[in-house]
Write a protein that binds this ligand. Structure first.
Ligand code: G3I
Length: 367
């Protein structure tokens, strides 16, 4: 028999209070029967993991143990963005990423890189000193340095992030982004070619949001992304996967729809893998107590995962964070309350209804 452990006893009791109303089972049984999502995913040909924060890994042993137990793949939420990793022309801040790489290797986890070429998270030195004349050199050198350092260690990269914005009125629906202004539409091929040269074995991903909804805007964005990927493939650009960010809104019938399944099959037919890269469920607009929020958020996870995993095109699912904190997700309106229960686990890794439904969806996905 295990010796009495006060921390374990408290954690179990906390889980009991969280779970009992939903599950109608003895809490100790619930805790003991919850299998790590990384294990469940692998058994069904999938990877499951989280976007993580190196500062939490360094300072919070509960976080560290939990990420090790639950995640088969990790991605730094911010540490590889240009402003963080390359804050001055001649200075790279690799140490936090190196620590994640070491952690992932020690725990037999794969790792993704996010992101090499984005219109946001650019440091001032880039926006102030890059010109059309030197942009190609600056962009390709950045990609060569970052991807090259992690060659063979980071298995897949979000090379270009969020390049489509139809409202900007550019040809091909391209965003009026910094790199587009400097280099024209050719910046995209340039970025993928540079990443491929730096690590020929890495899976190179195009990552975007707003693809989930069957709304007119969502449908138009899917068409633009599909056209972008198709023409890239035709030009022989090394693009291997689409990342569907998946910042959802709880119980919102317009958040995603069945047209997404058709779109994912079309992407797959181009020869691309599909990753769900930044999954979370904004509950900022949900009223009711914690239990009601959790039930609504869980229902949204279930419907979404059953839809996308049911296509048989998805290889990987990552949530954008490890456990709930009060924060703004990618789908939280800029004004108003923050999300509270957007992730798959409650604070400190406590199991909540979304944890169970995600386990169920991963285990029952169509093969
Ligand atoms: O690094 C500074 C830190 O030094 C300072 O103390 C702190 C004070 O506020 O700010 C820190 O930077 C913030 C950074 O997050 C790290 O916490 C930035 O201000 C803040 O803008 C940044 O927000 C991130 C945002 O992308 C912009 O890079 C979010 O955490 C991150 O979740 C979000 O992630 C994006 C994906 O990359 C792309 N898809 C949408 C998704 C959600 O918005």
């Amino acid at each position: 028999m295990k010796p009495f452990n006060r921390r374990r006893f408290l954690a179990t009791t906390l889980r009991a209070m969280t779970l009992a109303p939903f599950l109608g089972v003895r809490p100790a049984l619930a805790e003991d029967t919850f299998r790590p999502l990384r294990t469940v995913a692998v058994e069904h040909g999938l990877s499951f993991g989280f976007a993580i924060d190196p500062a939490q890994l360094d300072t919070n042993p509960i976080y560290r143990d939990f990420v090790a137990r639950q995640a088969g793949i990790v991605v730094p939420e911010n540490a590889l963005k240009w402003a963080q990793v390359h804050p001055a022309p001649d200075r790279y801040t690799f140490a936090p990423v190196d620590r994640i790489v070491a952690f992932a290797q020690a725990n037999h986890q794969r790792m993704r890189g996010h992101t090499l070429c984005w219109h946001r998270a650019l440091p001032d030195w880039v926006t102030h000193t890059v010109t059309p004349a030197n942009a190609k050199e600056v962009l390709t050198q950045h990609i060569a340095a970052v991807v090259g350092r992690y060659r063979g260690k980071i298995a897949s990269w979000d090379v270009v992030n969020e390049a489509i914005q139809l409202d900007d009125g550019q040809a091909g629906g391209l965003r009026d982004a910094f790199w587009h202004r400097m280099l024209g539409p050719g910046y995209i091929d340039l970025a993928y070619d540079a990443a491929h040269r730096a690590d020929p074995d890495a899976s190179l991903c195009y990552n975007d949001y707003g693809l989930e909804s069957d709304s007119p805007a969502g449908t138009r964005k899917r068409a633009a992304v599909l056209a972008l990927l198709r023409t890239m493939k035709q030009r022989g650009v090394p693009v291997h996967a689409l990342g569907v960010q998946s910042h959802l809104r709880a119980a919102d019938p317009h958040s995603f729809g069945p047209g997404l399944a058709t779109f994912l099959r079309q992407v797959h037919d181009l020869g691309l893998s599909v990753y769900i890269t930044e999954l979370d469920v904004d509950d900022s607009h949900v009223t009711g107590d914690l239990h009601q929020r959790d039930a609504i958020v869980a229902g949204t996870y279930k419907r979404y995962l059953d839809l996308v995993l049911g296509t048989g095109t998805v290889s990987t699912v990552l949530t954008w964070g490890v456990w709930d904190t009060v924060h703004r997700t990618g789908a939280t309106p800029s004004m108003g309350p923050s999300a509270q229960r957007a992730l798959v686990f409650a604070p400190q890794g406590v199991i909540k209804p979304a944890s169970w439904v995600v386990e169920h969806s991963l285990a029952w996905r169509a093969s």
